[in-house]
Design a protein around this ligand. Sequence first.
Ligand SMILES: [Ca+2]
Length: 212
Amino acid sequence: MVAGGMPERPYEAPPEPTGNYMNTNTGLGKKYLTIADSEELRMGDNDGDFTVSFALRYGDNDGNWNNMLHKGNSDGERTPAMWRYPGQNGIHARITGPNNGNDGVDKSGNLDYGVWTYITYLKKGRTLSVWYDGVKDSEKALAGPITSNNGPLYFGGDPWYYSCVNADFDNLQIHMKALSDEEIQVTATGAILFNDELVLAYDFGSIIDGVV
Ligand SMILES: [Ca+2]
């Protein structure tokens, strides 16, 4: 663990993701997966709760804002959006509402390079929180309700920022509710949590390497 890094895991490190994954392998490129908008993917519709989960392994750091996930028609639509904080390895987790178009966690704890971590972005009521391996790392009280958008969902990067340098992504899943602590811990084992609120799941069963 690096100084100031993520908190020590309270239990054995979870199993790593299995099979293939997505790699954003071209440094200052813009490599990402684009998922078309649909009504069921409109996170935060009517100020609703939702949970975004995925596995992340950093490879390097170019000092820029590196986007890792973003749904929106423009940079300003950020329900939700996540970046690697420039020059550090925490996560800038954002959400958009009428009272604050750029609300959320400024920077979660730093992650190590070369280690898979299960990330959870949880919008629950008036709170946005970021979890690592099933444990809450950071949270922020939101300024008010949030708004959804009808833009595409980008994963691994977005059209407006560089992608993470040589980062790996796997096990993306989105649930249209606030997962419970126990459910978050299930997603942090690498399992896809199947329930009625699951609207998207990617485990990259086939090789997706530097998807544009
Ligand atoms: Ca996989």
